[in-house]
Design a protein. Sequence first.
Length: 318
Amino acid sequence: MFTLAHLSDPHLAPLKAPRLKDLATKRFYGHQSWIRRRRFIHRREVLDAMMEDIRRAQVDHVAVTGDLVNISTRSEFRAAAQWLASLGTPDHVTIVPGNHDAYVPVRWEKGLGLWQDYFTGDLSLGKQQIDNAPFPFIRTRRNVALIGLSTAVPTPMLVASGMLGARQIHRLAEILPMLKERGFFRVVLIHHPPLPGMNSPRKALEDAAALRDVLEREGAELVLHGHNHEHSLRQVFSRTGPVQVVGVPSASALGRHGKPPAAWYCYRISRAKGQWQCGVTVRSFDEASGRFHETESFRLDMNPAAEQPRDPVLLPVS
């Protein structure tokens, strides 16, 4: 059995006052949002309690699907690098960036490059390796393959959308069947919800339809995402079986404004009689006790089906 912890959107607090020259950009409005509202929602003590809960669970690996920072200041990137080191070593933790990690353009070595060890792949595509771009990447842990995608692109004011681009989508279409042929349980990591209709256009993945088409054609066992700060479970039916698409709340959030409190999901992945099996435990923050508790446990359907509808099915998650 392989155990995988998934968390997302830690929005590391506290947000230090940015330099005055930084506030001449989109960061000004993000900083105002933090001062007026977000600092009351995203709490470091909640995130610290989650980290301790994950440590006690002794999982095999941890996946973080973006939005480590808030307004992409250089000090935030450095603080996030320190937080990642406290969460685990790069061989134990895998991340992909979110839109807040690309809030404004930042030089690679001052921004995302500080976290690069946590999204460096370890499985080459051989002759298909046609460039040195960091995304998508593949990391293999026993019989599980983590495929990391980046939807993080700078956007205009008041826009939180994301984009993969044709190159990542094309490469994903090559990666998925190759990994299936080699017998891996395929876990796609992405920040934005990957299917059409899961967000307003202002917050959506712009090429979600193209990604859905790849998933329908090539399949995957799991797609894990964040961004919406809520529990979400959907299925895409591919020709190789159901693709389970799962989103989680913010890892640092108190339950406010109709959004749930912080939660992380623990996946128990195994194989028996030629079939993948995947059990899920949801652990949510309880504000009264200041601790995380199991709030739900269920199994995901991993078995191929002969005929399935094209449209994703929305399943309830508490």
